[in-house]
Design a protein around this ligand. Structure first.
Ligand code: ZN
Length: 167
């Protein structure tokens, strides 16, 4: 029996709910999520729970923020004039950008909301501080190709998908 391990691509059908039982994200068997195990494509708590799983396995796992999208730092979003953002991009809540942190290191900033010409940004992922409850079925496992391992992500369900992504 093939088991999920580093260097394998797993195909997942999942439902993600928060602590209140609200569905945050889900997919269907028609559209499984491929991910490369061991490459940090998915949150650490889910990746760890998938280690050793086989095709057909179903399970539920509750992932604390520390093993998910991190704790919320409690800071309010910061307002920034829209002109500081790339032109020709419709800025919307949930988008993220690379910016320079206080120490000059690259950081990801998320758009919390937009008010007129002011964009409110935060370093908290939209799901920071949220306990993530995953219900998962493993619907496929295959070996990653050399190129996929080099890139650190799968190229579609069967590894032959074109490079539509921006990595
Ligand atoms: Zn790639």
């Amino acid at each position: 029996m093939v088991a999920i391990a580093d260097g394998k691509v797993g195909l997942l059908v999942y439902t993600l709910t928060n602590g209140e039982g609200e569905v945050i994200d889900q997919n269907t068997a028609d559209d499984p999520l491929p991910y490369l195990h061991g490459a940090g494509n998915i949150v650490p708590g889910l990746e760890a729970a998938l280690t050793g799983k086989s095709i057909g396995d179903t399970f539920e796992v509750s992932v604390a923020p520390e093993q998910g999208y991190g704790p919320h730092d409690g800071r309010d979003p910061l307002g920034v004039p829209k002109e500081h953002f790339p032109p020709n991009v419709a800025i919307q809540a949930g988008m993220h950008f690379m910016a320079q942190g206080e120490d000059g290191q690259p950081v990801i900033v998320w758009v919390d909301h937009v008010e007129g010409e002011v964009v409110f940004i935060t370093q908290n992922h939209p799901l920071a501080g949220v306990t993530l409850n995953f219900a998962v079925e493993v619907v496929g496992i295959r070996d990653a190709s050399d190129v996929e391992r080099e890139h650190g992500h799968p190229h579609g369900l069967d590894g032959t998908a074109g490079h539509g992504h921006d990595h």
